[in-house]
Write a new protein. Structure first.
Length: 252
């Protein structure tokens, strides 16, 4: 799997925000200084700096980051190289970029690609990373948001590609709790999904647990969620995943 530009972008943004706050500088003051140092009348503003620090940007210029490093007094070559390496890697494209028609921004997939641990609870379906192609197709087939067979094929292909992370030489630890009702909805023609789950449960990095119906009501009954953990200093992220791959992120 390629480097995740999504994770690099989040890390770069976090470093920029921390560097400014550590020095007690306001975003407005830094933006004004950046405008002076860059020699450009336009292109720098407080809102631009806020976007850089929050990770809601698609492209960034290495020259802009260099200007900020100068303002913050970051002169050590190794430290400056760290920032500029993050810029370069954040501008790369992962495989999911070619599936933007079905994955949208691909932010979730980008983070998932470099997670060190993935924890998920599923109350309605088998987790996407453990779905067979037939099961995924049956799950998506009747969605109103999928208008054509070509779109359905693309979504299924993207889901299968996501599963590559579990087949890497160093896969993330994957822990999932699946409600028993999910298994009861697997029809005979989709029995291959049960076989796939059984095989996956024997992988050394995969832990699959079934929450029995006899457990009764519980706090997670309202839906599913995913918790992504990353190597330090990156913070964990919680995601809520919908059928059509629309993902709502939130940092813990």
């Amino acid at each position: 799997m390629a480097i995740s530009p999504t994770l690099r972008r989040r890390h770069l943004s976090s470093l920029l925000r921390e560097a400014r706050e550590k020095r007690g500088l306001t975003a407005k003051w830094v933006a004004e200084k950046a405008k002076e140092r860059s020699g450009r009348e336009r292109g720098w503003s407080e809102s631009k700096l806020n976007r850089l620090e929050s990770g809601v940007w698609k492209r960034v210029r290495a020259e802009d980051i260099t200007v900020l490093l100068d303002i913050y007094g970051i002169t050590a070559p190794d430290e400056r190289a760290t920032y500029l390496t993050l810029v370069r890697e954040a501008m790369q494209k992962g495989w999911w970029a070619s599936y933007s028609d079905v994955l949208g921004t691909g932010e979730f997939v980008g983070l998932e690609a470099e997670a060190s641990r993935i924890r998920t609870f599923e109350s309605a379906a088998i987790p996407g990373l453990l779905q067979t192609e037939d099961y995924a197709r049956a799950l998506m087939r009747d969605s109103e948001q999928i208008g054509s067979s070509a779109s359905l094929d693309r979504r299924v292909q993207a889901r299968m590609l996501r599963q590559q992370i579990l087949n890497q030489s160093s896969p993330p630890d994957f822990h999932t709790v699946i409600d028993e009702s999910v298994l009861l909805r697997i029809t005979p023609e989709l029995a291959g999904q049960l076989d796939h789950l059984w095989e996956a449960s024997h992988r050394p990095h995969t832990d699959i647990r079934i929450l029995p119906l006899s457990r009764g009501p519980h706090a997670a009954m309202t839906g599913q969620f995913v918790i992504l953990d990353f190597p330090l200093p990156n913070q964990p992220v919680v995601y809520l995943e919908a059928l059509a791959e629309e993902i709502l992120p939130g940092q813990t």
